[in-house]
Ligand binder design. Structure first.
Ligand code: BGC
Length: 487
């Protein structure tokens, strides 16, 4: 791990000034505490040089993931999605879309239609179902039976149980596709653990559960990752959108890769969307010199130790817990809450990621921070409130910088492939951290732009991307199937 003297010497173009008292001056004692806090938190800072290093390592792993020879040992799997650039157009009509990947499961009815001006339009009705813990960590049968039950409930609600609709499934985990509607789950992430799913065809598990229920029929035509669904839904807004990114419970990116570079699939022409599964970057030790003691604890106490190490530095599943561990360190060093934490704060998972956003959104009167900390059983001083805010800022800023370095790697790689000096690209983004955290977006954009000197990058936020994207790709798949059947 890097020492503090190293950290003090480095250039800090991307650093932010953390040492600004929020109101008035500080007494000598407070300044002494702040200095020590600052020293501890400085471990989270990353210089431009370090971010370039992360970007370079990410690109190396991406290359290794794409190549047949190195694919198996690469941490970034670069999974072919069978979503290709196609001039086919799409069917119009009703589609059912499912979205599984976070703490909620959503069912949507998407009406894809033609629009005189833009050539298409989509309208949606949706319903959200929370996934009980035992469905997430029980057996695959239990999980998919629960999913089928939710679909049945949705169809009842909208009086469409008699219809056999085409269905698009957004399934946000690493899947090795054999076709658009067939793919094996490689491993669960984000706290899912249902046994009997890893190594199996997910669409098959869904079809079996629907059959077991027997009270409705569906025609599953496509399964996509949430990054892919996001990219597709944004593509319909902006034809330069060739990258999809999620920073929510998990973190991942997909992009349009030249077909001849996707060695795992035959064919040379056109482009195919590759699901990078970059959350696993670091699983082969590529991030060891950047990971801190807090990252190691978060990883060791997770359901998948040793896996998804890059994701664990960035995503919402882990951000709150990272902050809690930093706070505990400050308490143990006698720098916070008079050296005493409440029982709640000592409990793993008690500091939710949404608190990080709320604390950093505090307008300066510390009211919001005070209320959150009181709900966790501590009665903070003003100085405590300011220190907690700094801890949140340190963790979220590092997350934004790390994530920006990764995306810059993807964008630069795409530019090199296309042999362009300057170019325009649009990135479609979704996820609670990106959308709800008050500073993540800006810090992330700034990092990406600093590391992609010749790029003109537009970021667009996707709305309902997971469902709409799954429906839109299903509509394209239906059109293609119809074309094959009736040439
Ligand atoms: C999964 C990805 C997904 C991402 C965002 C990760 O944990 O492995 O497949 O795209 O979370 O939801």
């Amino acid at each position: 791990m890097r020492s503090h003297s190293e950290k003090e010497n480095k250039s800090s173009e991307l650093n932010w000034k953390r040492f600004v008292p929020m109101t008035g001056g500080r007494c000598k004692m407070d300044l002494h505490i702040m200095k020590k806090v600052d020293q501890i938190l400085s471990e989270f800072e990353l210089s431009k040089e370090e971010l370039k290093e992360v970007m370079g390592r990410m690109q190396r792993e991406m290359h290794r993931g794409l190549r047949v020879e190195t694919h198996n040992e690469a941490s970034v799997k670069m999974l072919p999605t069978y979503v290709c650039s196609t001039p086919e157009g799409s069917e119009v009509g009703d589609f059912l879309a499912l979205d599984l990947g976070g703490t909620n499961f959503r069912v949507m009815l998407v009406m894809v239609g033609e629009d005189e001006e833009r050539g298409w339009k989509v309208e949606t009705k949706h319903h959200m179902y929370s996934i009980p813990e035992d469905a997430m960590t029980g057996t695959a049968e239990m999980l998919f039976d629960y999913i089928a039950e939710c679909i049945s409930d949705f169809l009842d609600k909208h009086h469409i149980k008699h219809k056999k609709l085409p269905l698009g499934f957004t399934f946000s985990f690493p899947v090795r596709h054999e076709d658009l509607d067939k793919g094996i789950l490689l491993n669960w992430t984000k706290g899912f653990k249902a046994s009997g799913a890893e190594g199996n065809n997910i669409v098959g598990l869904l079809r079996d559960a629907i059959k077991r229920r027997g009270d409705f029929e569906m025609d599953v035509v496509a399964m996509v990752n949430d990054t892919v669904a996001t990219m597709i839904s944004c593509y319909y807004e902006d034809r330069s959108c060739e990258v999809g990114m999620i920073v929510g419970t998990g973190c991942n990116v997909c992009y349009m890769e030249e077909m001849h570079m996707v060695e795992l699939v035959e064919g040379e022409e056109g482009r195919m969307c590759v699901n990078t599964e970059w959350g696993a970057f670091g699983d082969n030790g590529e991030l060891e010199d950047f990971r801190l003691e807090y990252d190691r604890v978060v990883d060791e106490s997770s359901l998948n130790p040793g896996h998804q190490l890059y994701e664990k530095l960035i995503s919402g599943k882990y951000m709150g817990e990272l902050v809690r561990l930093v706070l505990m360190k400050l308490v143990n060093e006698d720098l916070l809450f008079n050296g005493e934490a409440s029982e709640t704060l000592k409990t793993r998972g008690s500091f939710e990621t949404r608190f990080v956003s709320q604390i950093e959104s505090d307008t300066g009167d510390r009211k919001q921070i005070y209320n959150i900390l009181s709900s966790l059983g501590v009665l903070p001083s003003e100085l405590d409130c300011d220190i907690v805010r700094l801890a949140c800022e340190s963790v979220s800023t590092r997350a934004a910088h790390m994530c920006g370095a990764g995306l810059a790697g993807v964008v630069n790689l795409m530019r090199e492939r296309r042999c362009l000096d300057e170019w325009k690209i649009t990135v479609g983004v979704d996820g609670s951290v990106y959308k709800l955290h008050p500073r993540f977006k800006d810090l992330f954009h700034k990092t990406v732009r600093e590391l992609t000197p010749n790029g003109d990058i537009t970021f667009i936020q996707s709305e309902e991307g997971s469902g709409r994207g799954a429906a839109l790709i299903s509509a394209v798949a239906c059109k293609m199937a119809a074309r094959i059947i009736t040439p």
